[in-house]
Ligand binder design. Sequence first.
Ligand code: FNR
Length: 338
Amino acid sequence: MRQYRKREHVENYLKTEHRGSTLFEDVFLPHNSLPELALDEIDTTTKFLGKDIAFPLMINAITGGTEFAENINADLAELAKRLKIPMAVGSETIVMEDEKAVESFRIVREIIGDEGIVIGNMNGNLSPEGAKRAVDIIGADALQIHLNPAQELAMEEGDRDFRGIKERILAAKDALDVPVIVKEVGFGMDADVVETLYGAGIRYVDISGYGGTNFFEVENLRALNRDMSDLYDWGLPTAYALARAVALEKKDLHITASGGIRSSLDLVKSLVLGADMCAMSGEILKYVLHGGVDYAEDYVRELIYKSKIIMVLLGSKDIQSLKQVRWKATGRLSELLR
Ligand code: FNR
């Protein structure tokens, strides 16, 4: 069941048409006509999970478990290696049911090598042993645990009981010697949830907001019995969820921005708003499947090049100084944040 579902998720993702808004269009950045910088001196390198990377962008969790998924993971891993950016694998929960699924995850570490960052992924029903296994399989630098109640409720065969997840996350965290990253899957994590997790000792979150991959739509394309299209607008836009998480002002909280990031402006705006890292799934998957690794590499290199142009025009020499840019919220974002 789970194996079949994985393929459907990828195939149905490509068929989705609904376009929600991240509200990044409501983030206004000040143009600087006198930047006193050269394009060549713009430095986008940063550190994540103790390792050096070329740009604060990672390939977010997508897939694993089947031969079909293994081919996609091999391409994504090659892309991550060439670009010197981290990659998270898709949910490893499938391994607990089917040992044969291991290879589709292991290949990611084999391709990326020890210098690169590979992140594991499990759902919130994990056990401490399952968490350790997920880390061991890929020699993970961190383990993502995804919160996806909306996606589960959209699936006919999905979970219906979401009690006890926080306790299981904490038990997993205690069992591991690498950080746990708690993430959403495109509906946005509210600051209240971020604060609860922070209070419980979690220091890495990915707010994965609304405006990109929409699992109400992805699941609706699989569903036979019920039409869920009236829920396509559900979720917290990425810019909103991110701004609220940053406003908690937790100095040692690492915030990843994801959900609907497609352009260099989306990337730079995320960093200006206060994200430490950006992550993309859907858009990168599309490029890899439609045109292969070279095509996806060109796309991401263009994103990084244009991000450097924007950094010059903001007068920001490096990633850290982007956080000092004085942005303004306009329109609906400003209304929601008021
Ligand atoms: C996902 N996502 C996801 N997340 C996760 O934590 N575990 C998983 O196994 C998957 N699987 C998955 C499959 C497919 C086909 C897609 C497109 C996405 C969610 C993903 O990591 C991310 O949080 C959201 O997709 C939002 O980002 P984008 O796609 O809008 O960039």
